[in-house]
Design a protein around this ligand. Structure first.
Ligand code: PLP
Length: 405
């Protein structure tokens, strides 16, 4: 079946607007994807027809809202191939999910225990572990990368040892687009007796994720990068680990019984969901998952791969073009610099031509340091981008390159 991108584009009113007098070309999808009308309608429907606080009400609205939230939990579990809804915890995003694991699982670690990260991690998968290091005296080890931006798996193997307790590595680099061999990373972590957390923020909307096949212990991602509402994230956690872990935050919803002397906690997943969740967003997140399923994650991936190859080939004909991250099978993210032009200037000029890209260190300063640069310009594709947009992007880049060099 043909990938009818023009039909899908109609789902996104924002794609018809202009910026700087030109039709918008949105290529900042690794930061946030746009939201289809179906998801916006689901938010409106929840506010207009079902809004009431979840989990504690006997009245009809509360029961409807609760059912919608729990239906999303079931859809999320199915979407990632998790075996139980008890293993799906709603958070505010990837960042909160990693903080939850570092803070809670971290309490099971001891001084001298080691955690392995990679040089291409987002700050969200670095700083929570540093906070833990400062509290508990654990040691952080870092896997370097090879020249093409792929992970140095030999170095990874040599870092694993009996002190390794956690391996926390990104599935897809938000700067380089590198798709890491996470199944192998997890297998090796398990062999060493460690648990593996995979940061799926950049993978979840761009390839099929099957938790059971990966055998991940923790897998985290954000709704706003997968056509869903902002403010929602998911922590998948292996039940046997979640059961052992102490609560992350205390409050309503996460308790079984409270006295001033002693509190017992709710069962999974509620033990980790203190306070009123964003139940409106969670209900609408279900629509985002169904939307992706209806189009087909594999078909989206194939479309993006076509755009990636098409665009990259043309970009390389621009004098001075430097692309960072050329690992085989990379995701549709292109980080680049034009000669010595500052990434900020390139981004600003592209904006004047109606093109939205991201510039800067992309919350990956250690990676920038390893590359010996301060930042890049990043373009990242999504299901609604077209070859015509890529043509206009490359044409605009050519103009910008001529102006800046
Ligand atoms: N990890 C990666 C690889 C990311 O790209 C991002 C966001 O850009 C995050 C984590 C943080 O996600 P959020 O800001 O939704 O918590």
């Amino acid at each position: 079946m043909e990938f009818d991108v023009e039909k899908y584009r109609e789902d996104y009113p924002i794609l018809s607007r202009t910026v700087a007098g030109r039709p918008l070309i949105y290529l900042d999808n690794a930061a946030s994807t746009q939201t289809p009308r179906q998801v916006v309608n689901a938010i409106t429907d929840m506010y207009e027809n079902h809004k009431a606080n979840v989990h504690r009400g006997v009245h009809t609205l509360s029961q409807e809202a609760t059912a919608m939230m729990e239906e999303t939990r079931r859809a999320t579990a199915r979407f990632i191939g998790a075996s139980s809804t008890e293993e799906i915890i709603f958070t505010r995003g990837t960042t909160e999910a990693i903080n939850l694991v570092a803070s809670s699982y971290g309490q099971l670690l001891s001084e001298g225990d080691e955690i392995i990260l990679s040089v291409m991690e987002h700050h969200a998968n670095i700083v929570p572990w540093q906070l833990l290091r400062d509290r508990r005296g654990i040691v952080i080890r870092v896997v370097p990368m090879l020249a093409d931006g792929s992970l140095d798996m030999d170095a990874y193997r040599s870092l694993l040892n009996e002190k390794t307790k956690v391996v926390a590595i990104t599935h897809v680099s938000n700067v380089l687009g590198t798709v890491n061999p996470v199944a192998e990373i997890i297998r090796l972590a398990h062999e060493a007796g460690a648990v593996a957390l995979i940061d799926g923020a950049q993978a979840i909307a761009h390839c099929r994720v099957d938790i059971s096949a990966l055998n991940a212990d923790f897998y985290v991602f954000s709704s706003h990068k997968m056509y869903g509402p902002t403010g929602i994230g998911v922590l998948y956690g292996r039940r046997s680990l979640l059961e052992k872990m102490p609560p992350y935050q205390g409050g309503g919803e996460m308790i079984s019984h409270v006295t001033f002397e002693h509190t017992t906690y709710a069962d999974l997943p509620f033990k980790f969901e203190a306070g009123t969740p964003d139940y409106v967003g969670i209900a609408a997140f279900h629509t985002a998952i169904s939307y992706m399923e209806e189009i087909g994650v594999e078909r989206i991936a194939a479309h993006e791969e076509d755009l990636l190859n098409y665009t990259q080939q043309q970009m390389l004909t621009i004098p001075g073009m430097r692309i960072f991250g050329t690992a085989p099978g990379k995701s549709a993210i292109i980080s680049f610099l034009i000669g010595n032009a500052h990434h900020y200037d390139t981004g600003l000029l592209l904006d004047k031509l109606g093109i939205a890209v991201r510039t800067g260190h992309h919350c990956a300063q250690p990676l920038m340091h390893a590359l010996g640069i301060e930042g890049t310009v990043r373009c990242a594709m999504a299901l609604y981008n077209t070859r015509q947009e890529c043509d206009r992007f490359v044409e605009s880049l050519r103009r910008v390159a001529a102006m800046l060099q």
